[in-house]
Design a protein around this ligand. Structure first.
Ligand code: LRH
Ligand code: MN
Ligand code: MN
Length: 424
Protein backbone atom coordinates (compact mmCIF):
# COMPACT_ATOMS: atom_id res chain seq x y z
CA UNK A 1 0.00 0.00 0.00
CA UNK A 2 1.22 3.49 -0.91
CA UNK A 3 1.03 6.22 1.67
CA UNK A 4 1.30 9.44 -0.27
CA UNK A 5 2.87 12.42 1.44
CA UNK A 6 -0.08 14.67 0.64
CA UNK A 7 -2.29 12.51 2.88
CA UNK A 8 0.07 13.17 5.79
CA UNK A 9 0.14 16.87 4.98
CA UNK A 10 -3.65 17.04 4.77
CA UNK A 11 -3.98 15.30 8.11
CA UNK A 12 -1.40 17.54 9.76
CA UNK A 13 -3.16 20.55 8.37
CA UNK A 14 -6.45 19.43 9.90
CA UNK A 15 -4.74 19.11 13.30
CA UNK A 16 -2.58 22.20 12.98
CA UNK A 17 -4.42 24.62 15.26
CA UNK A 18 -4.72 22.22 18.17
CA UNK A 19 -1.17 20.98 17.82
CA UNK A 20 0.30 24.49 17.68
CA UNK A 21 -1.61 25.51 20.79
CA UNK A 22 -0.31 22.49 22.75
CA UNK A 23 3.23 22.77 21.42
CA UNK A 24 3.59 26.47 22.13
CA UNK A 25 2.24 26.04 25.64
CA UNK A 26 4.84 23.33 26.33
CA UNK A 27 7.73 25.03 24.53
CA UNK A 28 7.14 28.20 26.47
CA UNK A 29 8.29 26.59 29.70
CA UNK A 30 11.31 24.76 28.25
CA UNK A 31 14.86 25.75 27.55
CA UNK A 32 16.75 24.65 24.42
CA UNK A 33 13.62 23.49 22.59
CA UNK A 34 15.35 23.57 19.21
CA UNK A 35 18.24 21.41 20.43
CA UNK A 36 15.87 18.83 21.89
CA UNK A 37 13.75 18.81 18.73
CA UNK A 38 16.79 18.12 16.56
CA UNK A 39 17.80 15.21 18.79
CA UNK A 40 14.30 13.78 18.47
CA UNK A 41 14.33 14.20 14.69
CA UNK A 42 17.66 12.36 14.48
CA UNK A 43 16.67 9.48 16.75
CA UNK A 44 15.74 6.27 14.90
CA UNK A 45 14.60 2.92 16.23
CA UNK A 46 14.96 -0.28 14.25
CA UNK A 47 11.89 -2.46 13.76
CA UNK A 48 12.32 -6.23 14.06
CA UNK A 49 11.05 -8.13 11.06
CA UNK A 50 9.53 -10.73 13.38
CA UNK A 51 7.19 -8.22 15.03
CA UNK A 52 5.24 -7.43 11.87
CA UNK A 53 3.09 -10.53 12.08
CA UNK A 54 0.91 -11.46 15.02
CA UNK A 55 3.06 -13.14 17.62
CA UNK A 56 1.95 -16.29 19.33
CA UNK A 57 2.45 -17.95 22.64
CA UNK A 58 3.42 -21.56 23.03
CA UNK A 59 -0.29 -22.25 23.50
CA UNK A 60 -1.36 -20.94 20.14
CA UNK A 61 -1.32 -18.21 17.59
CA UNK A 62 -4.30 -16.27 16.35
CA UNK A 63 -3.19 -14.90 13.03
CA UNK A 64 -4.28 -11.44 12.02
CA UNK A 65 -5.14 -10.27 8.54
CA UNK A 66 -2.95 -8.64 5.94
CA UNK A 67 0.30 -9.74 7.54
CA UNK A 68 3.46 -9.63 5.45
CA UNK A 69 4.10 -12.87 3.54
CA UNK A 70 7.61 -12.13 2.38
CA UNK A 71 10.68 -10.09 3.20
CA UNK A 72 9.54 -7.54 0.62
CA UNK A 73 6.20 -7.09 2.38
CA UNK A 74 7.96 -6.79 5.75
CA UNK A 75 10.10 -4.00 4.31
CA UNK A 76 6.93 -2.34 2.98
CA UNK A 77 5.34 -2.52 6.43
CA UNK A 78 8.33 -0.88 8.10
CA UNK A 79 8.25 1.67 5.29
CA UNK A 80 4.65 2.45 6.24
CA UNK A 81 5.60 2.92 9.88
CA UNK A 82 8.50 5.12 8.93
CA UNK A 83 6.47 7.35 6.65
CA UNK A 84 3.97 7.83 9.48
CA UNK A 85 6.41 8.62 12.29
CA UNK A 86 9.77 9.21 10.54
CA UNK A 87 11.41 7.50 13.54
CA UNK A 88 11.53 3.88 12.33
CA UNK A 89 14.14 4.13 9.62
CA UNK A 90 15.65 0.67 9.94
CA UNK A 91 14.69 -3.00 9.87
CA UNK A 92 16.40 -5.80 11.76
CA UNK A 93 16.37 -9.18 10.02
CA UNK A 94 16.33 -12.62 11.62
CA UNK A 95 17.96 -15.40 9.60
CA UNK A 96 16.60 -17.83 8.41
CA UNK A 97 13.14 -16.36 9.08
CA UNK A 98 14.16 -13.78 6.49
CA UNK A 99 16.29 -14.88 3.57
CA UNK A 100 17.11 -12.18 1.06
CA UNK A 101 16.90 -13.71 -2.44
CA UNK A 102 18.15 -10.78 -4.46
CA UNK A 103 20.37 -8.41 -2.48
CA UNK A 104 20.31 -5.62 -5.03
CA UNK A 105 16.53 -5.58 -5.30
CA UNK A 106 16.08 -5.90 -1.52
CA UNK A 107 18.44 -3.00 -0.90
CA UNK A 108 16.73 -0.90 -3.56
CA UNK A 109 13.31 -1.57 -2.02
CA UNK A 110 14.54 -0.60 1.44
CA UNK A 111 16.18 2.56 0.09
CA UNK A 112 12.95 3.46 -1.67
CA UNK A 113 11.30 3.49 1.77
CA UNK A 114 14.21 5.35 3.37
CA UNK A 115 15.22 2.30 5.40
CA UNK A 116 18.58 0.91 6.49
CA UNK A 117 19.37 -2.61 7.57
CA UNK A 118 20.13 -2.71 11.25
CA UNK A 119 21.65 -5.65 13.16
CA UNK A 120 21.19 -9.07 11.61
CA UNK A 121 20.13 -11.79 14.05
CA UNK A 122 21.23 -15.41 13.95
CA UNK A 123 19.03 -18.29 15.03
CA UNK A 124 20.51 -21.35 16.68
CA UNK A 125 17.57 -21.86 18.99
CA UNK A 126 15.39 -23.76 16.51
CA UNK A 127 16.13 -26.69 14.27
CA UNK A 128 15.52 -25.92 10.63
CA UNK A 129 14.47 -28.39 7.97
CA UNK A 130 17.42 -30.22 6.39
CA UNK A 131 19.70 -29.21 9.23
CA UNK A 132 22.43 -31.78 9.93
CA UNK A 133 22.66 -31.55 13.73
CA UNK A 134 20.09 -30.70 16.38
CA UNK A 135 20.27 -27.80 18.82
CA UNK A 136 18.20 -29.68 21.38
CA UNK A 137 21.08 -29.60 23.88
CA UNK A 138 22.43 -26.23 22.88
CA UNK A 139 24.35 -24.76 20.00
CA UNK A 140 27.64 -22.99 20.79
CA UNK A 141 27.89 -24.67 24.19
CA UNK A 142 27.28 -28.15 22.81
CA UNK A 143 29.45 -31.08 23.93
CA UNK A 144 29.76 -32.13 20.28
CA UNK A 145 32.18 -30.00 18.26
CA UNK A 146 30.17 -30.69 15.08
CA UNK A 147 27.10 -28.97 16.53
CA UNK A 148 29.20 -26.02 17.63
CA UNK A 149 30.69 -25.82 14.16
CA UNK A 150 27.24 -25.80 12.59
CA UNK A 151 26.26 -22.86 14.84
CA UNK A 152 29.48 -21.02 13.96
CA UNK A 153 28.92 -21.59 10.24
CA UNK A 154 25.35 -20.32 10.51
CA UNK A 155 26.51 -17.11 12.19
CA UNK A 156 29.15 -16.57 9.51
CA UNK A 157 26.44 -17.06 6.90
CA UNK A 158 24.31 -14.43 8.65
CA UNK A 159 27.24 -12.00 8.60
CA UNK A 160 27.55 -12.56 4.84
CA UNK A 161 23.88 -11.70 4.30
CA UNK A 162 24.37 -8.62 6.47
CA UNK A 163 27.42 -7.44 4.53
CA UNK A 164 25.48 -7.68 1.28
CA UNK A 165 22.64 -5.60 2.71
CA UNK A 166 24.84 -2.95 4.34
CA UNK A 167 24.16 -4.03 7.90
CA UNK A 168 27.00 -3.41 10.37
CA UNK A 169 26.17 -5.55 13.37
CA UNK A 170 25.31 -9.09 14.41
CA UNK A 171 23.10 -9.90 17.37
CA UNK A 172 23.73 -13.27 18.94
CA UNK A 173 21.18 -14.66 21.35
CA UNK A 174 21.69 -18.23 22.45
CA UNK A 175 19.06 -20.39 24.08
CA UNK A 176 21.95 -22.50 25.44
CA UNK A 177 21.71 -23.64 29.01
CA UNK A 178 20.32 -26.53 31.02
CA UNK A 179 17.05 -27.46 32.63
CA UNK A 180 18.27 -29.78 35.37
CA UNK A 181 21.13 -29.70 37.86
CA UNK A 182 23.98 -31.89 36.74
CA UNK A 183 23.05 -31.65 33.06
CA UNK A 184 25.86 -29.28 32.22
CA UNK A 185 29.40 -28.49 33.22
CA UNK A 186 28.99 -24.70 33.52
CA UNK A 187 32.63 -23.89 32.85
CA UNK A 188 32.93 -26.15 29.82
CA UNK A 189 29.67 -24.78 28.41
CA UNK A 190 30.86 -21.19 28.85
CA UNK A 191 34.27 -22.01 27.38
CA UNK A 192 32.67 -23.63 24.35
CA UNK A 193 30.49 -20.58 23.80
CA UNK A 194 33.50 -18.30 24.09
CA UNK A 195 35.54 -20.31 21.61
CA UNK A 196 32.65 -20.48 19.15
CA UNK A 197 31.99 -16.74 19.44
CA UNK A 198 35.70 -16.07 18.89
CA UNK A 199 35.46 -17.77 15.50
CA UNK A 200 32.37 -15.76 14.58
CA UNK A 201 34.02 -12.59 15.87
CA UNK A 202 37.02 -13.07 13.62
CA UNK A 203 34.72 -13.45 10.60
CA UNK A 204 33.21 -10.00 11.23
CA UNK A 205 34.47 -7.02 9.20
CA UNK A 206 36.41 -4.44 11.22
CA UNK A 207 33.60 -1.89 11.15
CA UNK A 208 31.08 -4.39 12.54
CA UNK A 209 29.83 -4.83 16.09
CA UNK A 210 28.77 -8.04 17.77
CA UNK A 211 25.94 -7.69 20.27
CA UNK A 212 25.92 -10.44 22.87
CA UNK A 213 22.36 -10.67 24.20
CA UNK A 214 21.75 -12.22 27.61
CA UNK A 215 18.56 -13.67 29.08
CA UNK A 216 17.91 -15.03 32.55
CA UNK A 217 15.83 -18.07 31.65
CA UNK A 218 13.62 -19.64 28.98
CA UNK A 219 13.74 -21.95 27.14
CA UNK A 220 16.10 -23.40 29.74
CA UNK A 221 14.90 -23.26 33.31
CA UNK A 222 17.87 -24.22 35.48
CA UNK A 223 20.81 -22.39 33.91
CA UNK A 224 21.36 -20.17 30.91
CA UNK A 225 24.91 -19.99 29.62
CA UNK A 226 24.66 -16.27 28.81
CA UNK A 227 22.17 -15.58 31.58
CA UNK A 228 22.96 -12.08 32.74
CA UNK A 229 24.94 -8.94 31.99
CA UNK A 230 27.96 -10.27 33.89
CA UNK A 231 28.26 -13.28 31.63
CA UNK A 232 27.65 -11.18 28.54
CA UNK A 233 30.21 -8.55 29.61
CA UNK A 234 32.74 -11.27 30.39
CA UNK A 235 32.35 -12.61 26.86
CA UNK A 236 32.42 -9.14 25.29
CA UNK A 237 35.61 -8.29 27.17
CA UNK A 238 37.30 -11.54 26.21
CA UNK A 239 36.20 -11.24 22.58
CA UNK A 240 37.57 -7.75 22.01
CA UNK A 241 36.66 -4.21 21.01
CA UNK A 242 34.05 -5.17 18.41
CA UNK A 243 31.95 -7.08 20.98
CA UNK A 244 29.33 -5.46 23.21
CA UNK A 245 26.52 -6.38 25.56
CA UNK A 246 22.94 -6.07 24.36
CA UNK A 247 20.24 -5.34 26.90
CA UNK A 248 16.76 -6.71 26.21
CA UNK A 249 14.50 -5.16 28.82
CA UNK A 250 12.51 -8.37 29.27
CA UNK A 251 15.49 -10.60 29.95
CA UNK A 252 16.05 -9.90 33.63
CA UNK A 253 14.98 -11.52 36.85
CA UNK A 254 12.09 -9.66 38.51
CA UNK A 255 12.88 -6.20 39.91
CA UNK A 256 16.38 -6.04 38.45
CA UNK A 257 17.67 -2.47 38.40
CA UNK A 258 18.15 -2.20 34.65
CA UNK A 259 19.05 1.49 34.75
CA UNK A 260 22.01 0.71 36.99
CA UNK A 261 23.14 -2.08 34.65
CA UNK A 262 22.95 0.34 31.72
CA UNK A 263 24.93 2.96 33.57
CA UNK A 264 27.81 0.61 34.37
CA UNK A 265 27.91 -0.95 30.92
CA UNK A 266 28.17 2.54 29.44
CA UNK A 267 30.94 3.38 31.89
CA UNK A 268 32.86 0.35 30.62
CA UNK A 269 32.22 1.31 26.98
CA UNK A 270 30.53 -2.04 26.50
CA UNK A 271 26.89 -1.17 26.04
CA UNK A 272 26.11 -2.00 22.44
CA UNK A 273 22.41 -2.09 21.91
CA UNK A 274 18.91 -2.40 23.16
CA UNK A 275 15.85 -4.50 22.66
CA UNK A 276 12.96 -2.40 23.89
CA UNK A 277 9.78 -3.99 25.15
CA UNK A 278 7.92 -4.13 28.44
CA UNK A 279 6.89 -6.86 30.82
CA UNK A 280 4.97 -7.63 33.94
CA UNK A 281 6.60 -11.01 34.52
CA UNK A 282 9.61 -11.83 32.35
CA UNK A 283 10.14 -11.96 28.58
CA UNK A 284 6.58 -10.83 27.90
CA UNK A 285 7.54 -8.73 24.85
CA UNK A 286 4.74 -6.25 25.54
CA UNK A 287 4.59 -2.77 24.03
CA UNK A 288 7.42 -0.53 25.29
CA UNK A 289 6.23 1.73 28.08
CA UNK A 290 2.92 -0.09 28.53
CA UNK A 291 3.62 -1.46 32.01
CA UNK A 292 6.54 0.44 33.54
CA UNK A 293 6.91 3.83 31.83
CA UNK A 294 8.86 5.26 34.78
CA UNK A 295 11.45 2.51 34.41
CA UNK A 296 11.75 3.30 30.71
CA UNK A 297 12.34 6.94 31.58
CA UNK A 298 14.92 6.06 34.25
CA UNK A 299 16.78 3.90 31.75
CA UNK A 300 16.84 6.75 29.24
CA UNK A 301 17.94 9.09 31.96
CA UNK A 302 21.05 6.93 32.49
CA UNK A 303 21.56 6.51 28.76
CA UNK A 304 21.55 10.23 28.07
CA UNK A 305 23.73 11.02 31.07
CA UNK A 306 26.21 8.23 30.32
CA UNK A 307 26.36 8.86 26.59
CA UNK A 308 26.92 12.58 27.14
CA UNK A 309 29.67 11.82 29.66
CA UNK A 310 31.41 9.67 27.05
CA UNK A 311 30.78 12.12 24.20
CA UNK A 312 28.63 9.60 22.35
CA UNK A 313 26.17 10.44 19.60
CA UNK A 314 22.67 9.52 20.84
CA UNK A 315 21.40 8.68 17.39
CA UNK A 316 24.20 6.51 16.07
CA UNK A 317 26.40 5.10 18.82
CA UNK A 318 23.99 2.49 20.19
CA UNK A 319 21.86 -0.07 18.37
CA UNK A 320 18.31 0.96 19.24
CA UNK A 321 15.86 -1.80 18.45
CA UNK A 322 12.42 -2.95 19.44
CA UNK A 323 11.87 -6.58 20.36
CA UNK A 324 8.18 -6.83 21.03
CA UNK A 325 5.65 -8.94 19.25
CA UNK A 326 2.03 -9.08 19.98
CA UNK A 327 -0.70 -11.65 19.86
CA UNK A 328 -3.71 -9.41 20.55
CA UNK A 329 -3.10 -6.08 18.86
CA UNK A 330 -2.56 -5.12 15.25
CA UNK A 331 1.26 -5.47 15.07
CA UNK A 332 1.69 -2.17 13.23
CA UNK A 333 -0.39 -0.26 15.78
CA UNK A 334 1.60 -1.96 18.53
CA UNK A 335 4.89 -0.88 16.95
CA UNK A 336 3.71 2.71 16.50
CA UNK A 337 2.88 2.74 20.21
CA UNK A 338 6.29 1.29 21.14
CA UNK A 339 8.19 3.83 19.08
CA UNK A 340 6.06 6.61 20.55
CA UNK A 341 6.73 5.46 24.13
CA UNK A 342 10.48 5.32 23.45
CA UNK A 343 10.47 8.81 21.93
CA UNK A 344 8.54 10.15 24.92
CA UNK A 345 10.97 8.62 27.42
CA UNK A 346 13.90 9.95 25.39
CA UNK A 347 12.40 13.45 25.22
CA UNK A 348 11.72 13.48 28.96
CA UNK A 349 15.25 12.39 29.74
CA UNK A 350 16.62 15.21 27.56
CA UNK A 351 14.74 17.63 29.78
CA UNK A 352 16.29 16.56 33.09
CA UNK A 353 18.12 19.44 34.74
CA UNK A 354 21.51 17.70 34.96
CA UNK A 355 23.31 20.52 36.75
CA UNK A 356 20.67 20.67 39.47
CA UNK A 357 20.65 16.88 39.76
CA UNK A 358 24.42 16.69 40.18
CA UNK A 359 24.19 19.40 42.84
CA UNK A 360 21.42 17.54 44.69
CA UNK A 361 23.47 14.35 44.58
CA UNK A 362 26.58 16.12 45.83
CA UNK A 363 24.69 17.57 48.79
CA UNK A 364 22.76 14.37 49.54
CA UNK A 365 19.50 16.19 48.90
CA UNK A 366 17.47 13.07 48.24
CA UNK A 367 14.06 14.72 48.01
CA UNK A 368 15.35 17.34 45.55
CA UNK A 369 16.98 14.67 43.37
CA UNK A 370 13.70 12.78 43.19
CA UNK A 371 11.79 15.98 42.36
CA UNK A 372 14.16 16.78 39.50
CA UNK A 373 13.63 13.41 37.87
CA UNK A 374 9.90 13.39 38.45
CA UNK A 375 9.54 16.93 37.13
CA UNK A 376 10.80 15.69 33.80
CA UNK A 377 8.85 12.43 33.90
CA UNK A 378 5.59 14.15 34.74
CA UNK A 379 5.86 16.64 31.90
CA UNK A 380 3.60 15.76 29.00
CA UNK A 381 6.10 15.91 26.17
CA UNK A 382 3.82 14.45 23.51
CA UNK A 383 3.49 17.79 21.65
CA UNK A 384 7.30 17.97 21.48
CA UNK A 385 7.58 14.48 19.99
CA UNK A 386 4.73 15.29 17.59
CA UNK A 387 6.46 18.50 16.50
CA UNK A 388 9.70 16.60 15.83
CA UNK A 389 7.86 14.00 13.78
CA UNK A 390 6.06 16.66 11.76
CA UNK A 391 9.33 18.50 11.12
CA UNK A 392 10.81 15.21 9.92
CA UNK A 393 7.93 14.80 7.46
CA UNK A 394 5.70 12.48 9.49
CA UNK A 395 2.23 12.69 10.97
CA UNK A 396 1.33 14.72 14.02
CA UNK A 397 -0.38 11.60 15.39
CA UNK A 398 0.76 8.48 13.56
CA UNK A 399 -1.68 6.06 15.16
CA UNK A 400 -4.68 8.27 14.51
CA UNK A 401 -3.74 8.68 10.86
CA UNK A 402 -3.06 4.94 10.54
CA UNK A 403 -6.63 4.31 11.59
CA UNK A 404 -8.09 7.14 9.57
CA UNK A 405 -6.43 5.85 6.40
CA UNK A 406 -7.64 2.32 7.18
CA UNK A 407 -4.15 0.95 6.60
CA UNK A 408 -4.91 -2.50 8.00
CA UNK A 409 -8.09 -2.82 5.93
CA UNK A 410 -6.06 -1.94 2.84
CA UNK A 411 -3.40 -4.49 3.67
CA UNK A 412 -6.06 -7.17 4.17
CA UNK A 413 -7.46 -6.35 0.77
CA UNK A 414 -4.02 -6.61 -0.81
CA UNK A 415 -2.73 -9.66 1.02
CA UNK A 416 -5.79 -11.51 2.21
CA UNK A 417 -7.39 -12.13 5.56
CA UNK A 418 -5.50 -15.25 6.52
CA UNK A 419 -1.78 -14.96 6.16
CA UNK A 420 0.98 -16.99 7.73
CA UNK A 421 3.94 -14.88 8.61
CA UNK A 422 7.35 -16.36 9.14
CA UNK A 423 8.95 -15.87 12.50
CA UNK A 424 7.72 -16.41 16.02
C1 LRH B 1 14.97 -14.07 22.84
C2 LRH B 1 14.87 -12.84 21.97
C3 LRH B 1 16.09 -12.68 21.07
C4 LRH B 1 15.60 -13.35 19.81
C5 LRH B 1 14.17 -12.81 19.76
C6 LRH B 1 13.27 -13.45 18.79
O1 LRH B 1 13.97 -14.10 23.79
O2 LRH B 1 14.67 -11.71 22.76
O3 LRH B 1 16.38 -11.34 20.85
O4 LRH B 1 16.35 -13.07 18.71
O5 LRH B 1 13.75 -12.93 21.11
MN1 MN C 1 15.65 -9.79 22.32
MN1 MN D 1 13.27 -12.06 24.36
Amino acid sequence: MQLEKYKIDEFNHSQQAEHTRKFEFLADGLSNVEGVLQKLVDFQIAIPSWALGTGGTRFGRFSGGGEPRSLEEKIEDVGLLHSLNRSSGAISLHIPWDIPQDYKATKALAAQHGLKFDAVNSNTFQDQQNQGKSYKFGSMQHVDKAVRQQAIDHNIEVIKHGIELGSESLTVWLADGSSFPGQLNFRKAFQNVLESLQEVYSAMPDNWKMYVEYKAFEPNFYSTTIGDWGQSLLLANKLGPKAYTLVDLGHHLPNANIEQIVSLLLMEGKLGGFHFNDSKYSDDDLTAGSIKPYQLFLIFNELVEGMDARGMNHATDLGWMIDASHNLKDPLEDLLQSVQAIMIAYAQSLMVDRVALAEAQQTNDVARAQEILQDAFRTDVRPLVAEAQVRAGGAVNALQLYRQLKVRENLIQERGLKTVSSGL
